[in-house]
Design a binder for this molecule. Structure first.
Ligand code: ADP
Length: 392
């Protein structure tokens, strides 16, 4: 079966076409700057990269170009060969704890949940509708970032604010990156041949979240009502004293959108280093003696270490710690600094084993009390597998 995995943003559309059950990636690409001018798309087929500048007035036009490319590159001979389309959706609220087939109610629910993720959910619906129009006979599914976290219990997902606000506005922790944490859970459980693992899954990229998983179920996770909470990230602050928010608003005369922008886009590694949100630039900076880059790196590591230690306690001793996503898979320095700060838990990194990027690997020494692995994530494949399982 050929399954398309789609991630639609407000001005972008990313896709990967898979052959399943073989898990073979046939083509992937990204449409960018949809509806805002200077639009273009890039494709990767058999290792070759193609870039075309075209006028993408809306997502429907992007989908049309995508279908033409699939046919012109002889990946499919007719649109009927696409058996299913899986869409990433950021916010499924408390309504969805698993992947579902798209129908009118599902679309309405995603729209109604836009209050909790305004930019994302609206864009996802535009993407879903564009594919339904282009391929009216092909089943669509939605895979929610929040779904895997729905096993959290009330004492973990509630905030200590008046309970009525939870009842009135659904203010609670939802957690994100669930598709990635689920992929990591499946990969490490399969590798170790154990379904009863206590896992600390560290998804560390531009956005980062740490999740505690027991017997395949999420116990707690670091992101919250929105993906701003938890550890320090590329441009997001993570957990801070909430009083800082009204304080800055008053002092700098900022409204709600402006303070949200400051905490989401100008904070984290970027805010502290003043240099970049990209961990490669931070590493370059600290290697060249830039003190603010060193400070940013240390602060970021500290917040991750705090969550790992907390979740180790919550799990009453983790069986395994996994690192994934851009930084987790590739930053040797970040993993080493995290491990060194966890020595009180008997964690020991093996520097030679840790000298690895983007590959599944054991990185702790044999006498480490908790083994640590790099486990590359693949959210697109997880979305395709879910879709395949639902429609086959
Ligand atoms: P997103 O949250 O946007 O999906 P990614 O998971 O792609 O982000 O992670 C992006 C981060 O991964 C960036 O900070 C980038 O610098 C980092 N990264 C990628 N490759 C490396 C590397 N070789 N060394 C250090 N950091 C890396």
């Amino acid at each position: 079966m050929k399954i398309l995995s789609v991630n639609a943003g407000s001005s972008s559309l990313k896709f990967t076409l898979f052959e399943l059950p073989e898990k073979k990636e046939l083509i992937n690409g990204t449409f960018e700057k949809i509806g805002i001018g200077n639009s273009f798309y890039t494709l990767k087929i058999n290792g070759e990269k193609i870039r075309r500048e075209v006028d993408l007035t809306d997502h429907g036009v992007a989908v049309k170009y995508l279908m033409d490319e699939l046919i012109n590159n002889k990946i499919i001979s007719s649109l009927d060969e696409i058996d299913g389309i899986g869409h990433r959706v950021v916010q499924g609220g408390a309504l969805y704890n698993k992947t579902v087939l798209v129908d009118e109610k599902v679309i309405k629910d995603i729209e109604d949940l836009a209050d909790l993720a305004p930019l994302h959910n609206k864009a996802h619906v535009i993407g879903i509708k564009a594919f339904i129009e282009a391929l009216p006979n092909t089943p669509n599914t939605v895979v929610f970032d929040t779904a895997f976290h729905q096993t959290m219990e009330e004492d973990k997902f509630l905030y200590p604010i008046p309970y009525e606000l939870y009842e009135k506005y659904n203010i609670r922790k939802y957690g994100f990156h669930g598709t990635s944490h689920r992929f990591i859970t499946n990969s490490i459980s399969e590798y170790l041949n154990r379904m009863d693992l206590k896992i600390i899954s560290c998804h560390i990229g531009n956005g980062s979240s740490i999740t505690a998983i027991k017997n395949g179920k999420v116990i707690d996770t670091s992101m919250g009502l929105t993906p701003l909470a938890g550890v320090m990230m590329g441009t997001r602050c993570g957990d801070i004293d909430p009083s800082i928010i009204p304080f800055i608003m008053k002092k700098e005369n900022l409204n709600a959108d402006q303070i949200s922008d400051l905490l989401n886009k100008k904070s984290g590694l970027l805010g502290i280093s003043g240099v970049s949100s990209d961990s490669r630039d931070i590493e370059d900076g600290l290697n060249n003696g830039n003190k603010r880059c060193m400070l940013a790196q240390k602060m970021c590591v500290k917040t991750i270490v705090n969550y790992i230690a907390m979740y180790n306690n919550l799990l009453n001793g983790a069986d395994v710690i996994c690192f994934t996503a851009g930084i987790g898979e590739n930053s040797i320095l970040t993993r080493e600094m995290i491990a060194e700060s966890l020595s009180s838990l008997g964690i020991k990194i093996d520097k030679e084993r840790n000298n690895v990027r983007g590959k599944f690997a054991l990185i702790s020494s044999d006498d480490s009390k908790i083994p640590m692995y790099v486990v590359p994530t693949n959210e697109e494949l997880m979305i395709a597998i879910d879709t395949y399982n639902l429609i086959k």
